[in-house]
Design a binder for this molecule. Structure first.
Ligand code: SF4
Ligand code: SF4
Length: 343
């Protein structure tokens, strides 16, 4: 276990940035989001949650597959290889770190998504424990422990005021630590004791959160029964279909593939999509989901029923972003409670 003093932050950002691409929570126009660091950026590691989850670092919002050019009846295809270097993603909260594993379950199972695999393998993830969880957090409902190193991270870090306690937990984490060890010190017995105090304090705070008792296991019954529940008619009425909840959600991973063509050349790219949009399932023969109720139901059935049936865990990490951002105050907590018979 190592200690990184905060006064060394500018030095370590610079040093990491020379060897890797470095992504940090960056503050711009009063908003904090993960972005690639460059000299002079305002790094904000105090903000608990970034507005958009860091999933766009492992799964970019838009990505080009290939370029094409036509010459009469001949079509020439050129595959586009990602030029990205290895990267470090620093300051990921436990909920967001777990969401990466949930997306892996989809993209890294056969048939493996090669673009995603390549980008994912280049990353070293440094988590930062949540010293001050907020009122909309309910990660504990999904057995996430914000005081501990989440499964899948390479380095776990804790904020001890004027320093960060730094614990490599994978080989990649060891490599990163060794590269920058000259900027760190060994953790003392007192640091270890402070860590235990901090972890206990976080556990207590999490227990006291207003949504700590949300429990997705209250949703019982056969798939057909849940699918046909009257609850969907009522809850979907207010939904605007704006898709905001899907774009900010760390676990949503649907995408569309489109061609951008001009004259005799163009490119094929993929970009994030939303199951809340009316054209999401539009196909040549028509659209199997023609109402907002069907689309709304799909989003929550996927997170709370289909994904767990396929992968053994819920596709929500309780980050609370949808609670904060939905313009009509609809969110997964309301859905869980109503499907569980409350209200
Ligand atoms: S649930 Fe809210 S954020 Fe999501 S699409 Fe509907 S109105 Fe928009
Ligand atoms: S559904 Fe809402 S609370 Fe759950 S992971 Fe997505 S944004 Fe976070």
């Amino acid at each position: 276990m190592k200690v990184l003093k905060k006064e060394k932050f500018p030095q370590i950002w610079q040093a990491i940035n020379q060897a890797y691409e470095l992504y940090l929570p960056i503050e711009k126009d009063d908003r904090v989001n993960f972005a690639q660091w460059t000299e002079g950026e305002t790094v904000n590691l105090e903000a608990l949650k970034t507005e958009i989850s860091p999933k766009d670092v492992i799964f970019p919002q838009s990505e080009t597959y290939l370029k094409f050019e036509s010459d009469g009846k001949k079509l020439q295809l050129e595959s586009v290889e990602s030029e990205n270097r290895e990267y470090v993603l620093f300051g990921v909260r436990s909920c967001d770190a777990v969401s990466f594993n949930l997306i892996d379950n989809v993209f890294l199972r056969e048939p493996i998504d090669r673009l995603y695999e390549k980008r994912r393998n280049k990353g070293t993830i440094v988590s930062l424990a949540c010293s001050e969880p907020e009122e909309n957090c309910f990660c504990s409902s999904f057995q996430i422990k914000p005081e501990e190193a989440s499964p899948g991270v390479d380095v776990a870090a804790w904020d001890l005021g004027d320093k960060i306690l730094w614990k490599p937990v994978t080989e990649k984490g060891q490599v990163l630590t060794q590269k920058f060890a000259q900027l760190m010190e060994d953790a003392s017995q007192q640091d270890q004791e402070e860590l235990i105090k901090l972890q206990n304090a976080i556990k207590e705070k999490v227990k006291e959160l207003p949504l700590a008792s949300v429990d997705p296991k209250v949703i019982k019954g056969e798939l057909k029964e849940i699918f046909e529940s009257k609850v969907w008619d009522e809850l979907s009425q207010s939904c605007l279909g704006c898709g905001a909840c899907t774009y900010i959600c760390p676990t949503c991973h649907c995408y569309d593939i489109q061609d951008f063509a001009g004259g005799n050349c163009g490119e094929r790219f993929r970009c994030w999509d939303s199951c809340m949009f009316s054209e999401f399932t539009l196909m040549a023969h028509g659209n199997p989901r023609t109402t907002q109720k069907q689309r709304f139901r799909q989003r929550f059935m996927h997170k709370l029923v289909y994904y767990p049936n396929n992968h053994g865990s819920y596709a929500c990490v309780g980050c609370g972003r949808c609670i904060e951002k939905c313009p009509v105050n609809m969110n997964i907590v309301k859905v869980i409670k109503r499907l569980g018979g409350e209200g």
